[in-house]
Design a protein. Structure first.
Length: 425
């Protein structure tokens, strides 16, 4: 008997609908959140997984376009390129038209667009981003030089042998440390001072390596036709600084600004992202020249968050910023305070009562990092229409199979986007 080989399951997105996007049915809490987002200067929408945060984000953008907003004046920020691509398709389908301007971006992409526009206005070479592999190569060369005894010796912490400087794991840890310091606006001097003040000799060593890294990258820009190069960790802060000084540095050229900024998965935002949002949100220019919703009035902010679901803290995400968004803004305000009106989504549409009870029992044991209001959401009512369409990922024994490398289960996968398109959240 000839044995047969079992074919490995292959993930495939749902087939596109030829009839366009079906109308989305908003529940009461979602409708309240959308209305608040379109009326308030800043709105914080809290929701558990499956409660419809991305649906609300899409609906806010679509209604703004329907009300006459130009796509160039609406910005939707997603936490990753994959999420941005998915949300971009959803907004385009719901709006019923293509948009020439890239409305949906990551924060880094929006920041880089600001820097690119500034360079064009000043007739300077276009900026470029330093890739992760290039960062790793520069650090590897610097560390290899220290192992070979070249240059000023590094001040190694006690118990760290010099031979370990050639290890890939240590190099990756050092790179992460330097990038997190850069995101917080810390240079080599500030990092060295923090290390000495907090008795962290590894920070002192990293500060010395950080200075050498910056010097090396500066030398690579010695040619006159090379534009500035930015590390991904600093590009957002650089854009925020460029916007603050735009009037002085680029006189006569309108500053990039948006009327509406929607941030999906705000729990993944970094401190640099908050600083960029602050610049976009604050009015620019003399108050007597600003008209509501006009140039210089500042963007309306809509922040959608589930502080229990942050998965990018290793890249600097700070879910605790969610709790500060509703704090009063003004002089002496807390970092990340936007005086946002809070709306809470009340129904988890992906869970029936039994599963919702288990989920609440588990999440109630998790320490609260920002707010626990979203944990009170109830399950989908049993009489709420038919059962959602079956999962379109290959399944085993009727259970959704988690895609390899996915950050979440099938509840966050492409197949559930089809549920949202058919009216299910």
């Amino acid at each position: 008997m000839t044995p047969t080989l079992a074919l490995a399951p292959r993930l495939a997105p749902p087939a596109p609908s030829s009839g366009g996007a079906a109308p989305v049915r908003l529940d009461d809490s979602q409708a309240v959140a959308v209305e608040a987002a379109l009326a308030r200067r800043a709105t914080l929408v809290l929701g558990a997984p499956g409660s419809g945060k991305t649906t609300v984000a899409c609906e806010v953008a679509v209604r703004a376009l329907a009300a006459g907003a130009s796509p160039e004046r609406v910005l939707v920020l997603a936490s990753s390129r994959r999420a941005a691509a998915r949300l971009r398709d959803e907004v385009a389908a719901r709006a019923g038209r293509t948009v020439g301007a890239p409305m949906v971006r990551t924060a880094s992409s929006a920041a880089f667009a600001v820097l690119h526009r500034r360079a064009a206005a000043l007739e300077l070479p276009a900026p470029t981003l330093v890739s992760g592999p290039e960062q790793d190569l520069v650090l590897a060369e610097l560390l290899a030089g220290h192992v070979a005894g070249e240059g000023r010796p590094l001040t190694l912490p006690a118990g760290l042998p010099e031979d370990s400087l050639g290890l890939r794991g240590l190099r990756q840890e050092l790179r992460d440390l330097l990038m997190r310091a850069a995101e917080r606006g810390l240079g080599p001097v500030e990092l060295d001072e923090l290390g000495r003040a907090n008795d962290r000799p590894e920070w002192v060593m990293a500060a010395q390596l950080y200075e050498e890294y910056l010097d090396t990258m500066t030398l690579r820009l010695a040619t006159p036709d090379a534009g500035p190069r930015y590390d991904p960790a600093v590009v957002i802060d650089e854009a925020a600084q460029a916007l603050r000084s735009w009037t002085d540095e680029v006189p006569g050229v309108p500053r990039p600004e948006w009327d509406l900024v929607v941030v999906d998965d705000y729990q993944e935002a970094t401190a640099a992202t908050v600083r960029l949002l602050r610049v976009l949100h604050e009015p620019d220019g003399p108050q007597d020249r600003r008209a509501p919703g006009g140039p210089g009035a500042g963007a309306r902010l809509v922040l959608l968050s589930d502080p229990d679901s942050a998965v990018q803290t290793f890249r600097g995400a700070a879910p605790g910023l969610t709790g500060r968004a509703a704090a009063p803004a003004g002089r002496g305000r807390a970092f990340g305070a936007f005086d946002a009106e809070t709306a809470v989504l009340g129904t988890v549409w992906r869970q029936e009562p039994e599963l919702r009870a288990v989920t609440r029992a588990v999440t109630d044991r998790i320490p609260v990092s920002a707010s626990a209001l979203h944990r009170r959401a109830t399950a989908r009512p049993a009489d709420e229409g038919p059962t959602p369409p079956p999962c379109r990922w290959p399944c085993s024994r009727g259970r959704p199979r988690r895609p390899r490398g996915s950050r979440a289960s099938c509840a966050r996968s492409t197949c559930c986007a089809a549920r949202r398109g058919s009216g299910w959240r």
